[in-house]
Design a protein around this ligand. Structure first.
Ligand code: ARG
Length: 454
C-alpha cells in the first residue's frame, strides 16, 4: 500500500495505533465471500481470465480454512483483515491476486463485510430472543394458576397471574425481535461498487454481486455507500433496548430472590456464593446482565459520537465502529443465553407467593368497582374505600376483617358478599377485556405464544 508513495516506513506507534486486524479478523469469512463475488464480476467484465478467477477463488478458500483452523499468521504491519488476506493471496498466486482489488476500495469493501457479518449475527440474536421467550413461556406454563401481587411504584397494587408477568417480557422480546428484523431489512443493500467514494471507471455488474451475496438491492449513492453506518447504529439501538428489557427482568429476579420477597429461588447452578459470608446465595447472574446493559448503551453512544462530525465521505474514524458493534453483539448474545438458562431453572416459592397475595389491600380497587356497580360515582367510591384502608392501617385490623358496624356506616352496599370480594381468583375472573389478566386470557395467550415459538 505504501510502496509507491512513501519513502519512509510507518512509525511503529502509528502502526500499533491504527491496526484493526486484532479485532476485525472476525470479518474474514464475509471478506472472503465478498472478494469472491467481486472477483466473479471482474471475470464477467473481462478483467480476469477464467484461470485467474479460479486461482483467486481457490486461494481465498484455502486462506479462509486456515484462519478457521487458527493456522493463519496475521500481521499488524498489514493493518486490517482486508490487507492481510489480499497480501497473502498475492504471495501465493501472484498476479491474479494483485488484480483482485481492481475497481474496489477498502472503503466499500469494509462497508460490505460489516453488513454481511451483521446480517448473520442478527439471525443468531433473533434465535437467542426466541430461546428466551420459550424459556419464559415454559416457566409460565409450569406455574399456571400461580397468582402474585402486581406492583406499581414497587408497592403492592393488584393481583396478577405470574404467567401474565412473565408474558409481559415475552411481548417486550417480540418487539426486540421485530426491531432486529427491521434492522436486517434496511441493511439489505450492497455498498460494493461505491469504490473509495466515487465508484470506478471500471464498471462491474453490481446487481449480480448483490445477488451472489444475498443482498436484495444495491446502494444508490456511492458517497453514502461508503460512509453510512446507520445499519450499525440501528443494531446498537435495538440491542440497547433489548438490554434494557433484560435488565428489567434481571432486576425482578434480584428482588424476587431476596429474603424480603422470597418469591423465587435460583438454581444452585445459577447462583454464586460469598467469599466471606457462608450463608449467602447471590444473584450475580442477574446483576451482571443489569450491569452489562451499560455497555450496550455505551456502545450506541460511542458510535453516535464517532459519526456526528464526519465530513463526507469515508473517514478513518469509521474504523471505530467495529469494536462497539462486536462488543454489543457478543454481550447481547451471551445475556440472552444466560437469562434463558436462568429462567428455565428458576423455582417459584408458591407458599411465599400465596402469603403475599393474601394481602386484602390488593382487592381494594375491586371494592371501589363493586360500589360503582351499585351506582356510586367512582370518585366517591374511591374515597370511601380509601377511608376503609386508612382505618385498617390505623387500627392494624386487616381490611377484610373490619367490623361490620364500621362498614354498615360507611358503605352498606358492600356488606352483602363482603368476604367473597377478597378472593383474588374471583377478582381475576372478572378481568376479561383483551390483554387483561383473567386466567382464561392468560391461558389463551400462552397457547398463542406456544404456537408462535413452535
Ligand atoms: N480498517 C478500515 C476500517 O475499518 C478499512 C478501511 C480503510 N480505508 C482507508 N481508506 N484507510 O474502516
Amino acid at each position: 500500500m505504501r510502496h509507491g508513495r512513501f519513502e519512509e516506513s510507518m512509525s511503529t506507534l502509528l502502526r500499533d495505533y491504527g491496526e484493526s486486524v486484532s479485532f476485525d479478523w472476525r470479518l474474514y469469512r464475509h471478506d472472503i465471500s465478498g472478494s469472491i463475488a467481486h472477483a466473479r464480476a471482474l471475470k464477467t467484465a473481462g478483467f480476469l481470465t477464467e484461470d485467474e478467477f479460479t486461482a483467486i477463488e481457490t486461494g481465498l478458500h484455502a486462506i479462509g480454512g486456515e484462519i478457521t483452523n487458527g493456522e493463519f499468521k496475521f500481521s499488524i504491519d498489514l493493518e486490517d483483515i482486508h490487507m492481510n488476506i489480499e497480501k497473502e493471496l498475492t504471495r501465493r498466486i501472484g498476479d491474479a491476486g494483485a488484480k483482485l482489488h481492481t475497481g474496489r476500495s477498502r472503503n466499500d469493501q469494509v462497508a460490505t463485510d460489516l453488513r454481511l457479518y451483521l446480517r448473520d449475527e442478527i439471525v443468531v440474536l433473533q434465535s437467542g430472543v426466541r430461546t428466551l421467550q420459550t424459556s419464559l413461556v415454559g416457566l409460565a406454563e409450569a406455574n399456571e394458576g400461580v397468582i402474585i401481587p402486581g406492583y406499581t411504584h414497587l408497592q403492592r397494587a393488584q393481583p396478577v397471574p405470574l404467567a401474565h408477568h412473565l408474558l409481559a417480557y415475552v411481548e417486550m422480546l417480540e418487539r426486540d425481535h421485530g426491531r432486529l428484523a427491521d434492522t436486517a431489512e434496511r441493511m439489505d443493500e450492497l455498498p460494493l461498487g461505491s469504490g473509495a467514494l466515487a465508484a470506478s471507471t471500471l464498471v462491474l455488474d453490481r446487481e449480480s454481486i448483490a445477488g451472489e451475496l444475498g443482498f436484495s438491492r444495491v446502494t444508490q449513492n456511492s458517497l453514502d455507500g461508503v460512509s453510512d453506518r446507520d445499519f450499525a447504529l440501528e443494531l446498537l439501538s435495538a440491542l440497547a433496548i433489548l438490554g434494557m428489557h433484560l435488565s428489567r427482568l434481571s432486576e425482578d429476579i434480584v428482588l424476587w430472590t431476596t429474603s424480603e420477597f422470597g418469591f423465587a429461588r435460583l438454581s444452585d447452578r445459577h447462583a454464586t456464593g460469598s467469599s466471606l459470608m457462608p450463608q449467602k446465595k447471590n444473584p450475580d447472574i442477574a446483576e451482571l446482565t443489569r450491569g452489562k446493559t451499560g455497555r450496550l448503551y455505551g456502545n450506541l453512544f460511542r458510535l453516535l459520537t464517532v459519526l456526528k462530525g464526519l465530513p463526507m465521505a469515508y473517514n478513518r474514524d469509521l474504523q471505530e465502529d467495529k469494536e462497539a458493534v462486536f462488543d454489543s453483539v457478543d454481550t447481547a448474545r451471551m445475556a440472552l443465553a444466560v437469562t434463558a438458562e436462568m429462567m428455565s431453572a428458576l423455582q417459584i416459592n408458591k407458599d411465599k407467593v400465596a402469603e403475599a397475595v393474601s394481602d386484602p389491600f390488593l382487592l381494594a380497587t375491586d371494592l371501589a368497582e363493586e360500589l360503582v356497580r351499585k351506582g356510586v360515582p367512582f370518585r366517591n367510591a374511591h374515597d370511601l374505600v380509601g377511608k376503609l384502608a386508612a382505618e385498617s392501617s390505623r387500627t392494624g385490623v386487616p381490611l377484610d376483617q373490619l367490623p361490620k358496624e364500621f362498614l354498615q356506616e360507611l358503605c352498606p352496599e358492600l356488606l352483602c358478599g363482603w368476604k367473597e370480594m377478597f378472593d383474588p381468583l374471583r377478582s381475576l375472573a372478572a378481568r376479561t377485556a383483551p390483554g387483561a389478566p383473567s386466567l382464561e386470557n392468560v391461558r389463551t395467550r400462552l397457547a398463542y405464544w406456544r404456537g408462535v415459538l413452535a
